[in-house]
Design a protein around this ligand. Structure first.
Ligand SMILES: Cc1cc2nc3c(=O)[nH]c(=O)nc-3n(C[C@H](O)[C@H](O)[C@H](O)COP(=O)(O)OP(=O)(O)OC[C@H]3O[C@@H](n4cnc5c(N)ncnc54)[C@H](O)[C@@H]3O)c2cc1C
Length: 385
């Protein structure tokens, strides 16, 4: 018996319909491809095309640019449903929808939107967003990539690392320092990956999120025109921090999806697997695990929804609530997926069941988009004033 659709209480009719549509797509099309995608460490080509056809890549872009005009809450639904079967596909879709299309729709000029959004939304172009550098991860403001004025445009030098979709992107949104050396000033640039001086570095082999390609980008006297600057030369920092709020909400939603997927797999197994003459679901020690997994998943979902509403409303306290949601949901995803492996015993440890993949995928939820330690630091700083 399937679980009742989780989290539908309080959703609008449109949101319930969206959940049903994405769930059908996820379970019918995405799930059967997940194990092979993970093994191949490729890119989810077919699911990408289908996600574009469903309008998911442009979910939050305005209708006048070919988007669906939806909000962060709807993107959470998309992320949760896809991550419940394949977090790599969820990450690929949400990275494009929020971190690339969302950034350009919100901060780009009309000319940038006209140039880039149609292809990014119909899936013919893949985008990436590059903040992290080999020496600047948690301390992102210490990034060294620099943009100097050159003629009417800019010349960029630096290296970005751990960039989702970097190995396959057609467009890179790149943060770089501008202004005086001591100024903590950033700008965001939209750079075609065939621009002179732009190169891809290595592609990484990863523990999890293996169907979401990750790599390095190298800018070596990369020359771009003035049209590449997104927002003003001093606006990058504000764009970066505002963007982290929505990124953290979406990582929280994907974490909830991962936990949900793991719980469902554990429940199905606990009903079927017999030891000592009865289904293991009749043992109280297994029941306790399942009950805790359910309670933790629902708690993470509720906080994620509350935080998404606050971020979308740009209300006071949004940043620390986004951090709290990411922190809790990331830890819940790690805990619930680990317990799911335990419920499946030896079968949980082999790749004929999806839970070992969920467990590997969950670990990144405590690292990417700002580590668990950094989320705790943000929350504590806000609490203490
Ligand atoms: C698969 C994957 C995909 C990614 N995708 C992208 C992407 O698309 N774009 C992008 O820009 N980046 C991306 N990242 C980078 C990611 O955001 C960073 O890895 C993350 O922010 C942590 O930075 P770091 O790896 O340099 O770790 P570090 O900052 O070096 O941290 C190492 C350890 O020190 C701890 N630490 C650091 N500072 C403090 C502190 N002040 N207090 C307490 N503890 C601290 C950390 O919590 C961590 O445990 C991705 C990373 C991965 C692995």
């Amino acid at each position: 018996m399937p679980l009742a659709p989780p989290g539908d209480l309080g959703l609008s009719a449109e949101q319930v319909l969206l959940r049903r549509t994405v769930r059908e797509f996820a379970r019918r099309d995405v799930a059967p491809r997940a194990t092979a995608l993970d093994a191949a460490q490729g890119f989810p080509e077919e699911s990408w095309r289908q996600a574009a056809e469903l309008g998911l890549l442009g979910a939050t872009a305005p209708p006048e640019h070919g988007g669906a005009g939806l909000g962060l809450a709807e993107l959470c639904i998309v992320g949760e449903e896809l991550a419940a079967v394949c977090v790599a596909t969820a990450a690929t879709v949400l990275h494009q929808a929020d971190m690339v299309v969302g950034r350009l729709a919100r901060h780009g000029s009309e000319a940038q939107k006209e140039r880039w959004l149609p292809g990014l939304i119909d899936g013919s172009l893949i985008g990436c967003l590059a903040m992290t550098e080999p020496e600047a991860g948690s301390d992102v403001m210490s990034m060294r990539t620099r943009a100097e004025p050159a003629g009417e445009g800019w010349r960029l030098n630096g290296t970005k690392t751990f960039i989702t979709n970097g190995p396959v992107a057609d467009l890179a949104l790149v943060y770089a320092r501008t202004g005086a050396a001591e100024a903590r000033q950033l700008a965001l640039f939209a750079i075609p990956t065939d621009a002179p001086g732009f190169a891809r570095g290595r592609k990484f082999s990863k523990m999890g999120w293996r169907g979401s390609p990750t790599g390095e980008l190298v800018l070596d006297d990369c020359e771009v025109g003035p049209e590449a600057l997104v927002g003003g030369a001093a606006e990058g920092r504000a764009i970066l921090f505002a963007g982290l709020d929505s990124e953290r909400i979406l990582l929280a939603a994907e974490s909830v999806g991962l936990a949900q997927g793991a719980l469902e797999a554990a429940l199905a197994y606990a009903r079927e697997r017999r030891q000592f003459g009865r289904p293991i679901g009749e043992f109280q020690l297994i029941q306790g695990k399942l009950a805790d997994m359910f309670a933790e998943t629902e708690a993470a979902r509720a906080l994620t929804w509350a935080a998404a509403a606050r971020v979308q409303a740009e209300a006071a306290g949004a940043r620390e609530l986004a951090s709290a949601a990411k922190l809790l949901a990331g830890d819940v995803a790690m805990g619930v997926t680990t317990e799911a492996v335990q419920v499946l015993g030896g079968y949980g440890y082999i790749d004929e069941f999806p839970v070992e993949r969920y467990m590997r995928d969950a670990k990144l939820m405590q690292i990417g988009g700002g580590t668990a330690e950094i989320q705790r630091t943000i929350i504590a700083r806000a609490l203490l004033g």
